[in-house]
Design a protein around this ligand. Structure first.
Ligand SMILES: Cc1cc2nc3c(=O)[nH]c(=O)nc-3n(C[C@H](O)[C@H](O)[C@H](O)COP(=O)(O)OP(=O)(O)OC[C@H]3O[C@@H](n4cnc5c(N)ncnc54)[C@H](O)[C@@H]3O)c2cc1C
Length: 404
């Protein structure tokens, strides 16, 4: 019989405890301040870099873990500390995932280290797909990339919106249309290196939640990047475009490849928020006395907590399964990546709302973190594919029907 175990091994437990310690001692105490300031928490990113959580090495070890759990354990703990700060620390990995999904080995070697920098000189990255008129419908991107043969440069023009780390990143990975008639199959990803002229931050958005994570427009106005900044290279792109024009199937869609890989990781963050709210409200329910007894002695409250814990554990199983499948290079034939993000995201919203209900008026005021956790949770049913889009992906995968 082959061994099967649901227990974490010693290395995984050590990792989980280490990141939890950072979340508990560094992130949580700072969470309220950075939520109010609505700014990138550079000192916290610096501390994460000093101890190695924010580093190329950490990321490289995590992505080569064949169980797929290292990143999930890390993200659950960081988001347990605070989701906005977690996004500020880990937002870079979306750009990195895009380079990994679409770049040649040489491009990965060149650019991924530049996304992290070093503890002495921290760098961050951003991944820009969404546009004012192209959110869920990524096939309708208007940002154009035109090749200038004379100078061997790509010229980017367009506006990206709601980009995490947008305009402040050292490395931007931008998805642009090379041939608009081909929709998402006519798109490619481009590196915009630090200091490139013609790229700038537009509006910085003020948000409901994850306010320590910077979100802004990125505007490109005749932004020229060297030819080798096209991820995957021109030859591969030309071949792909030729295949698509002949009506043949093309395997890669630049933005989708990145999102598929990152969905369980988004689910893991949602899980961290949900767990934080569950633990906090469980403790509160045992302490709070009304009618001469602890409120948890009422089934109405205890059953809420039972449902919260059940949904959290179910979310974790979905997240870990999808992460394991991705690490084992098993295809998501039933939309398993989407299932994990969908269920964990909706669980975070439900659980944080119930946590407020359990705490009554105390849950609604800023003296306690649960109102913040509820605000933070909502983005997890929106970004990297809304809940509706995740259901669409799952429904199409299980049915084989092009459901709209
Ligand atoms: C804080 C934040 C950070 C973000 N970070 C990034 C980032 O780093 N990079 C990036 O590229 N983008 C980022 N985004 C953008 C995010 O991915 C989009 O907001 C998201 O994809 C949804 O697009 P939209 O907002 O245009 O909504 P829309 O696509 O306009 O959708 C509006 C509503 O219609 C529904 N809907 C749309 N189409 C369908 C359909 N076919 N069937 C059923 N329902 C449908 C949606 O589910 C949703 O409920 C971020 C957004 C936010 C708010």
């Amino acid at each position: 019989m082959t061994d099967f175990s649901m227990e974490l091994n010693d290395d995984q437990t050590t990792l989980q405890e280490w990141v939890h310690g950072f979340a508990q001692n560094v992130i949580r105490p700072a969470a309220h301040e950075w939520d109010e300031r609505e700014e990138t928490p550079w000192p916290i990113i610096q501390e994460a870099a000093n101890i190695g959580i924010y580093s190329l090495d950490f990321f490289a070890n995590a992505v080569t873990d064949k169980t797929g759990l290292s990143i999930m354990l890390t993200l659950e703990e960081l988001a347990w500390g605070d989701a906005g700060i977690c996004m500020a620390i880990m937002g870079t990995t979306l750009g990195v995932a895009a380079i990994m999904a679409n770049g040649t080995p040489a491009q990965q070697m060149e650019w991924i280290p530049q996304c992290f920098g070093t503890p002495d000189d921290i760098k961050i990255a951003a991944f820009g797909v969404s546009e004012p008129d192209a959110g869920s419908d990524v096939s309708s991107l208007r940002t154009r990339a035109v090749y200038d043969e004379k100078s061997d440069e790509w010229v980017l023009n367009g506006t990206k919106t709601w980009i995490s780390n947008g305009g402040i990143a050292n490395v931007h990975v931008i998805v642009a249309s090379v041939d608009p008639e081909l929709g998402s199959r006519g798109q490619a990803s481009f590196i915009v290196p630090d200091g490139t002229k013609g790229i700038r931050m537009g509006q910085k958005f003020r948000k409901m939640g994850i306010r320590a994570s910077h979100t802004a427009e990125v505007i490109m106005d005749n932004c020229r990047v060297p030819g080798n900044c096209l991820l995957g290279g021109k030859e591969k792109l030309d071949e792909k475009l030729a295949r698509v024009r002949e009506g043949k199937k093309s395997s890669s869609q630049a933005a989708m490849a990145t999102f598929e890989a990152s969905r369980p990781a988004v689910g893991a963050q949602a899980l961290g928020i949900a767990r934080a709210a569950y633990e906090y409200s469980l403790d509160y329910a045992k302490e709070r006395q009304q009618f001469g007894r602890a409120i948890i002695e009422n089934q109405a409250i205890a059953f809420k907590l039972a449902d919260m814990k059940t949904r959290i554990d179910a979310s974790r199983l979905l997240v870990w399964r999808a992460a394991w499948m991705a690490a084992q290079r098993k295809p998501f034939l039933n939309g398993e990546g989407s299932m994990s993000k969908l269920y964990a995201g909706e669980t975070a919203v439900r659980v944080t709302e119930e946590a407020i209900q359990i705490m009554g008026g105390y849950g609604y005021i800023r003296d306690h973190p649960v109102e913040r956790w509820h605000r933070d949770s909502k983005i997890y049913t929106i970004f990297e594919g809304t809940s509706e889009i995740q259901r669409l992906i799952i429904a199409r995968a299980i049915s084989g029907v092009h459901i709209r």
